[in-house]
Design a protein around this ligand. Structure first.
Ligand code: NDP
Length: 508
């Protein structure tokens, strides 16, 4: 096995080079911010729209795609794969000069011949095995995430080193990087999407269908199988410890039951169907079919999506989530366990010691919080919904807030970015209503800001007034009403801090 780590990569190769990130979506934004934070020179190429606005708000120079590609020595194509061939043909290919490097985050277009880069440029792959939000969050947390790198054309003679340097710049070599060909990356990715994923989905659907038919309550079936988050948690443990090793986390009954019955589900037909799927991918049949679907305006995709929504499970899931608005534990929590997770596990301390330890941590946390809120770590994106939901649940009935709500009707709508999340507070006739989503009636005040800014304000790390004055909060509505909010700001902050701490220490 060959895994490339930080010590195998030389960031210096990129110093003095201009990196043009084309596209500022999931991967584009995360990678651009990480590269800049790694000390590299980054500019963005994007059409003039909300993405461009976001990039400017993040402090980047934004140019039309052709101009950015012209200025970049390293051009990273981070737009959707189906849009890339046209954008490449029209705006990027004419702007490339010998000596430039062209970087992809997916092998698809090069592997299946939809993009043919000109000679004289390095053509490299840096493909994170992580969604964009994770690429950024894990970088900020000082951790990494795995990536695949590859070289399709080595014009400079050091294309692999350049790929490694970029992988280091986005923070990936902290975890580990594996080299593959463009074709291998594309085929593995498609196999996961077209064979592994659907086979797994069918297992789930069959189980739900059978259990509901046998009279088990739908909500119990969904929670048991996956909607409690236990399955996701187990998958996280599988990634940390391995498929076999994680079985030690389950009861002996579970271990015996699973292992003794697993042979029953060994079906030669499954393997045969997976092989057939892989053949379709390798022969280019899928790529041609998909290109024809795009050219026709996605009629089959739309029909398939519609059919998927017609399945009873779609409605059941919605009903369960309405009845039980619970966010399962985020996988990023699991990853926080970090290197210690792979260390040999010690026997747990006796219960009394655990209790003392918890109490100490709690007291230390409280004292630390009172002493200096600036030490609080920012929330991971995946933690934001958990904290917000727990916060909202604590507001109704709070005496101070109910007192504020006397003789008032005020709806405040909060619109958060990164992650996108909406919620509202309504103070009406001595009552407080708080819920996620948009308010049922038009809000008197609408506050739009990034989740980390609101978190900073409510934890006291960021002065609210300064955030509003510097444009970090966009405020719409009746500003006179906004002036009444500071009266409850302290109380809201206090509740938020308590809830936040409880959520992060796993007590909620
Ligand atoms: P996004 O859908 O998030 O990309 C959106 C960006 O692409 C926006 O800046 C958008 O700008 C721009 N864009 C979209 N259409 C066009 C167009 N026709 N012309 C010009 N710009 C356009 O993409 P992802 O970040 O999800 O994917 C980028 C690459 O990363 C892909 O190769 C993908 O396979 C790969 N990848 C993605 C992963 C993920 O988790 N999403 C994981 C690993 C790799 P605008 O709308 O303004 O045009």
């Amino acid at each position: 096995m060959r895994i490339y780590r930080d010590e195998d990569a030389r960031l210096e190769l990129l110093l003095g080079k201009r990196i043009a990130v084309i596209g500022y979506g999931n991967q584009g934004r995360a990678q651009a911010l990480n590269l800049r934070d790694s000390g590299l020179q980054v500019l963005i190429g994007n059409p003039e729209d909300a993405y461009a606005e976001q990039a400017r708000a993040d402090g980047f120079t934004v140019l039309p795609i052709a101009q950015a590609a012209e200025q970049g020595d390293v051009v990273m194509l981070l737009i959707p794969d189906e849009m890339a061939p046209r954008v490449f043909r029209e705006a990027i290919a004419p702007a490339l000069s010998p000596g430039d490097a062209l970087v992809f985050a997916s092998g698809f277009n090069v592997a299946f011949g939809f993009i043919e880069p000109p000679p004289g440029v390095d053509v490299i792959l840096v493909a994170p095995r992580m969604i964009g939000a994770g690429v950024r969050d894990l970088y900020l947390a000082g951790r990494g995430f795995p990536s695949f790198i590859g070289v399709a054309q080595d014009a400079s003679g050091h294309a692999r080193d350049l790929a490694l340097a970029l992988a280091k710049g986005i923070g990936s070599t902290r975890a580990g990087v594996v080299e593959v060909t463009f074709t291998q990356e594309a085929e593995l990715d498609l196999f996961t999407e077209q064979c592994f994923g659907p086979a797994f989905g069918q297992v789930l659907l069959t189980a739900v269908d059978l259990l509901v038919e046998e009279g088990y309550p739908v909500e119990a079936v969904l929670l048991e199988l996956y909607m409690s988050g236990e399955l996701a948690y187990t998958l996280g443990k599988m990634a940390e410890m391995g498929l076999i090793e994680q079985t030690s986390l389950h009861s002996r009954t579970s271990q015996y039951g699973s292992l003794s019955r697993s042979m029953r589900f060994m079906m030669p037909e499954l393997r045969q169907r997976m092989r057939q799927g892989l053949e379709e991918i390798r022969s280019g049949q899928f790529a041609r079919e998909w290109a024809a679907e795009q050219a026709a305006g996605y009629p089959t995709l739309q029909a398939l999506r519609e059919m998927a929504r017609q399945q009873p499970i779609y409605r059941w899931e919605q009903e369960l989530r309405r009845a039980m608005p619970y966010t399962p534990p985020p996988v990023v929590h699991l990853m926080e366990a970090g290197p210690e997770a792979s260390a040999p596990r010690k026997a747990p301390p006796p219960r009394w010691k655990q209790a003392v330890h918890r109490l100490r941590r709690l007291l230390a946390g409280r004292m630390e919080e009172q002493a200096d809120t600036s030490q609080m770590r920012p929330l991971y994106s995946a933690e934001v919904p958990l904290v917000v939901q727990a916060f909202l649940a604590r507001l109704p009935g709070n005496p101070d807030l109910c007192a504020f709500a006397q003789n008032r009707d005020l709806i405040v709508h909060y619109v958060l970015e990164e992650p996108d999340l909406e919620f509202y507070l309504r103070f009406v006739d001595g009552e407080v209503v708080a819920d996620t989503g948009a308010p049922p009636e038009r809000a008197h005040l609408r506050l739009q800001t990034r989740a980390d800014i609101l978190d900073g304000i409510l934890t006291g790390r960021i002065p609210a007034m300064r955030a509003a004055m510097s444009g970090q909060i966009r405020l719409e509505g009746d500003t006179r009403l906004a002036m009444s909010l500071p009266a409850i700001q302290d109380r809201l902050g206090q509740i938020y801090r308590e809830v936040r701490q409880n959520v992060l220490s796993g007590q909620m």
